[in-house]
Design a protein around this ligand. Structure first.
Ligand code: FRU
Length: 475
């Protein structure tokens, strides 16, 4: 008996004891186990290759392997498989995060081998791998066997980038004084040489920086990274760990980075450790929807799976800031559009399909405050924009299960507010003002009901144009 791929997938899902309405429709997640950081993202031989941290055995941060799927259109994906699993002396306690790069026409990877030695001390090895025809990553040995002196063994997440045809690598690291930093390596005559710590003006900025990415837009260098240990402020750094970026100029020989302020990548509750890669002239980013050390916020763990990845986002730079938009390919999942066009109103209500995209263009008129609520039976999540304070607020306190709390961030929308929501079964992604700000969060409704959309303003809104679509499933 030969099954088609779709039949095969349906059979696997039907056989799962944990089949549940919390499984997402258009976000990448695994049917079992825990996933975290995207890894090895690359475009190679006409296909997008997506790897991610995956513990297929349990919902604990253990046994980290690399899961693997491929796609050509971001709608159809291959069946997940394990591409890289721990086991060698240099990675026996985890194949941690790394990146992909194409050299000599081969898709290759650098990743961190995590080792706990006999004294239970951490050792970190930066390792090389290459993709084989059967979809497995062959381990090609160790490139960097130890952290540079003056640093602890929290040394991981290699990311390769190119300047003037030469290969460089950034890694997250911790100093012996327990400060987070990024270090730079340069490949010379086939060997990786330590160029030094990237000097920023951030100073005391957390105890560890994870998952650095080095990008370049026109004449600006951008370092995206995930610092741990920042104190929450009223409108920023409200999660346990952050992800953000600095924009400026990296001098590769000194290596000094002159830059502006640290800006957060995403203002929601559940976003961390993104990876960016370049494909066909676009910078594409995938983030992990989750947060380390906050497992209690994610009740799917009782059902055998945990976390998801964001939709693929395209990054552009405007006025020195990163903008994020869902890639246009995702529009292929749209069907059954419901148009919205309202003038001079203070209230709107509608029933949403399960799995939806909602685009709203608002001319706020007299309204000083507008609230968008998504009801799941009696539970709700509220998004409020206060025009005078230029403050956006997301409230998850009216959900019974999972993480709660409020997130606030600055948004200078003035009279025209453009909101673009994607509501999956347990994930919401919001893009404000064409991707100037984004917010990603998880939610876990008690009941399997179609969400209700309620929009309320404190005074007359001049107009609202847009609509919503049913979103199909990625296959
Ligand atoms: C970030 C991270 C990385 C590490 C990986 C391990 O979430 O902690 O620094 O390589 O996850 O799964």
């Amino acid at each position: 008996m030969v099954w088609t791929k779709t039949e095969y997938k349906e059979k696997i899902i039907a056989a799962l004891p944990m089949k549940h309405f919390w499984h997402n429709r258009f976000h990448i997640e695994m049917p079992f186990g825990l996933i975290n950081d995207p890894n090895g993202l690359s475009f190679y031989q006409g296909e997008y290759h997506i790897f991610y941290q995956w513990n297929p055995y349990s919902c604990e941060h253990k046994h980290k392997s690399w899961g693997y799927i491929k796609t050509t259109d971001f709608v159809h994906y291959t069946i997940p498989c394990l591409a890289l699993v721990p086991g060698e002396s240099f990675d026996k306690d985890g194949c941690y995060t790394g990146c992909g790069f194409v050299e000599e026409d081969k898709l290759q990877f650098v990743y961190t081998g995590n080792v706990k030695n006999d004294k239970n001390e951490r050792e970190s090895y930066q390792c090389l791998g290459s993709l084989q025809a059967d979809g497995r990553i062959k381990k090609e040995g160790v490139l960097i066997a130890k952290q540079p002196s003056g640093y602890t063994a929290h040394f991981r997440d290699p990311y390769i980038f190119y300047r003037a045809g030469e290969q460089y690598m950034v890694l997250g690291i911790q100093t012996e004084a327990l400060k987070g930093r990024v270090v730079l390596y340069h490949k010379k005559a086939g060997c990786w040489e330590f160029s030094g710590e990237i000097k920023t003006s951030l100073g005391d900025f957390g105890y560890m920086w994870e998952c650095p990415n080095m990008l370049r837009f026109a004449d600006a260098d951008v370092l995206v990274f995930s610092p741990q240990g920042l104190q929450a402020k009223e409108t920023k750094w409200q999660n346990l760990y952050q992800t953000g970026y600095i924009v400026g100029n990296l001098n590769l020989s000194t290596p000094e980075f002159s830059h502006g302020d640290f800006e957060e990548v995403d203002m929601g509750f559940d976003f961390y450790a993104p990876q960016v890669f370049k494909a066909n002239g676009r910078y594409l980013m995938l983030g992990w929807i989750g947060m380390p050390d906050r497992s209690e916020d994610y009740p799917t763990s009782d059902k055998g799976w945990m976390f998801a990845l964001t939709m693929m986002r395209e990054l552009t730079m405007k006025n020195g800031r990163l903008y994020q938009q869902p890639i246009y390919e995702i529009e292929k999942l749209r069907s059954d559009k419901t148009e919205i066009f309202k003038r001079e109103f203070t209230n709107y209500q509608g029933e949403l399909p399960r799995g939806s995209e909602i685009l709203l263009d608002l001319v706020l008129g007299e309204a000083k405050q507008i609230t968008i609520k998504f009801y799941f039976a009696l539970e709700k999540i509220t998004f409020t924009y206060d025009r005078q304070k230029e403050l956006f607020c997301i409230d998850r306190n009216k959900m019974k299960l999972g993480g709660k709390g409020i997130r606030k961030f600055k948004l200078a929308a003035k009279a025209n507010l453009r909101l673009h929501f994607f509501i999956d079964r347990t994930v919401i992604e919001l893009f404000c003002q064409d991707g100037e700000k984004t917010a990603t969060l998880m939610y876990f409704p008690e009941e399997d009901r179609s969400p209700q959309l309620v929009i309320q303003a404190d005074d007359i809104v001049t107009s609202m144009k847009g609509g919503f679509w049913q979103m199909g499933c990625i296959e």
